[in-house]
Design a protein around this ligand. Sequence first.
Ligand code: GLC
Length: 721
Amino acid sequence: MKHPEIEKRIQDLLDRMTLEEKAGQLNQSGGSLVGAFDLSFEELMTMVQDGRITEEEAHKMLSDAKHDWHEDDLRAGRIGSYLNVIGAEEMNRLQHIAVEETRLGIPLINGFDVIHGFRTATPIPLAESCAWDTDLWQRTARMSAEEATAAGVHMTFSPMVDVSKDPRWGRIAESAGEDALLNGLYGEAKVRGYQTDDLTRHDALAACVKHFAAYGAAEGGRDYNRVDMSPQRFEEEYLPSYERAVKAGARAVMPAFNDLSGVPCSVNKKLLTDILRTRWGFDGMTISDANAIAECINHGIAADRRDAARQALNAGMDMDMTSGCFLDHVKELVEAGEVSMDRLDEAVRNILRLKFELGLFDDPYRSSPEQEQAAMLTPAHRALAREAAQKSMVLLKNDGLLPLKADLRIGLAGSLAFDRDEMSGTWSGGYRDGDGRSIQDGLDAEGIAYQAVREDQPLPDCDVFLCAVGERKAESGEAASRASLDLTASDIALLKRLKESGKPVVAVVFAGRPLCLGPAVECADALLMAWHPGVEAGPAILDLLIGRVNPSARLTTGLPAATGQCPTLYYDHIRTGRPAGVFKYTSKYLDAPVTPLFPFGFGLSYTSYRYSDISAAQTSDGIHAEITVRNTGDRAGDEVVQCYFRDPVARRVRPMRKLAAFEKVALQPGESKRVAFDIPNAAFAYYDQEMNLVTDDGVIEIHLGGNVRDTLQADVDYRHP
Ligand code: GLC
C-alpha cells in the first residue's frame, strides 16, 4: 500500500536523478571473488562442472575468498543493491559509501537467500511443510529474520512457493511439496514472519516471493527446463500459491528462470505486469533471478544483452540481479525510445519505495557487530530449531520397535549418522560448519551408549541397529536434478547387511526430496523420514525415537515406489478414461504400481486415531463438513485432519482429490473431537475450455481423514450460487 509521504519523497528524488543514476538503482551487484584469481561466481561454478576444481574446493574458495564489492562503481552511483553481503560491519561499510559518498546518498538494499533459518539452520522447507503448522512456519521465519537482519541483510529471496510435483527436481527441497494450498499457506506464514507489520523495525526482513511462476513444473524434473502447460492448469494448480504469498504483503517478487509455454518468465509481460500488477495490484519490486536477464539470449528470445534488457524492462522487471544488462543498456534504450522514461521511472520508483518502506533512508545502519554476535544461535533459537525438526520428520513405519526401550545397546550405522554438517540441507548459507548436531551427538547428549558399525569390521554385539541413509545436501536444491530416486547401492547393501543380522533395525532417511524407500521398508522395522532437519537434527531425532515427543508430521508429497512414476505421482491427478486396474487395457505400468509407496498426507504416530460420523451439507457460503476423530491409543498426540473434495462430473476433467483445508488437533488418550470445515464456494470453481471461471450443479464428494488415501466420504448435492 502506497504512503503519500513516501511517494512524495520518491518523486522528489526521481526529479533530481540522472539517467545514469536511475540505471544504477536497477543494478544489483553480486561482487566478485578475489582469491587465487579474480573470477565471478558463474566462472567458479563452471570450473566445478568441468572438473578443474572440486565442490569442496569451490566451497572453501567461496567461504574464504575476499569479495570485491566494486566500491568505485558504488561511489559512481552504478550499484543500487548487493547480493550476499554478510556481516553488519561489511554492510555498514558499503552503506556508508552509498549514503555519504554518492551524489544523492541513496541507501543500498542487501539481499540474501535466507531460506530455512540463517545461522540457526531449521529444517528445509519440504521438511517443515510436513508440520502442517502455519504458526510454526511463521515463528521460524521470524527467528531467521532476527538473525539475518543482525548480519546486515535487508531482503530474503524467500519464500519459494513453487508447487513441486516431480521429486526428480532438486528444488522440491525448497518448496512446501506438491499441493497449491500448502505452498500458499506456507508462503503467507513466511512473509508475515519475515516482515512483521512494520518494515522499519531493524529486525524486519523484506520477503521476495519466488520463483514466479511454475518453476516446479520443469519438464523431466530437470532444473531450468521448459514449462509448458494449459492456461487452465496454470491458473488452478500453480498460480494460487504465488497469489497468496503476494497478497500476504510480500514486497518483492522474483521471476523464474524457466520459460512459461515459450516465453521466459524474465520477459513475460503477462506474468510481470498483467497478472502481478494489474490483476493482483502488487506495488512492490520485481527482481530477476541471478543472471536470468542475460540468459534470455540462451533461451533464444533475445538477440543480445541490449535486447534482453529491453524486453525485461518492458515486461515489468525492475531490478537486474548480477547480469549487468540494465546498467549497460538502459540509458541508450531510453534515449532510443525503446524503453519509455515512464517505465524506467516506475522501475526506479518500485525500488526506492522498498528502501523507504524499510526505513533505509532515515536509518541506513540497521545493525552492528555486537548486535550480530548477540543474535546468532541463541539457546532459544536452537530450541525452536529442535521443535521444528521434531514436527517435520515423518514416521513411515513402526513394527512396534519405537519408541526405543531404555538401556538398549545400539549399533550406529551409516556415515550420515555421524555428520553434523549434512544436516543443514541445501540453501543454508548462514550456517557454519560444526553448528549442527548429528545423530551421534544426539545419542551422546542422551547418554545412550552405542557402537559405530564399520564396513570393514564384523557387526557389533548390539540389541538394535540405528542406520542413517539417504542424500547429502549437495545432492539436493538448485541444479541437483536426479534421474534416479533410488537409495544408493551402498545404502541398500548396508540395510540388507543389518537386516541379515536378525537384529531389529531403525532406518533414518536424510534427503532433500522424496526417494524410493522400498529397500528401507523391507529391511527396517521402523522408518523415519528425517529430510535435512537442521542444526538440531540429532537431538530431535532422539526425541522422537525414544518417545519424548510423539511424531505428528504428515507428508506433503507422496513418496515414489519407482522413479518411473514421476511426474504422475501427485495426489491431485485425474481419473482418465481407463483408470488403473487389473484389466490390461488400463492406465498403468507393467513394472510399477501407479500409487505412491506412501501417500500425500501420510504419517504415523505412537498412538492411533479413528474417524467416524462424517457429515456434509451445503450452506449459503459453500459446503460445511464435519467428522469425529478419536485418539484410540494410550498416549497424547497431534493429528492432522485433512479435508479433500472431488467434483466427479464437470466441464473439464477434475482431480480425484483436492485439498481444501486441514486442522491439526491435539488429542489426549481416548479423547474425541468433532472437527468442522467450511469450504467456500470459490474452492469449487475451475476454468472451462474457453477459460471462463465456472462452477457446476451436481454432486460434490467430500473426503475427510488422516491422509489422502484413507478417508471417509460424504456426498453433497451441490447447487452453485
Ligand atoms: C539462484 C536461485 C534463486 C536465488 C538466487 C540468488 O540462482 O535460483 O532462488 O534466490 O540465485 O542466490
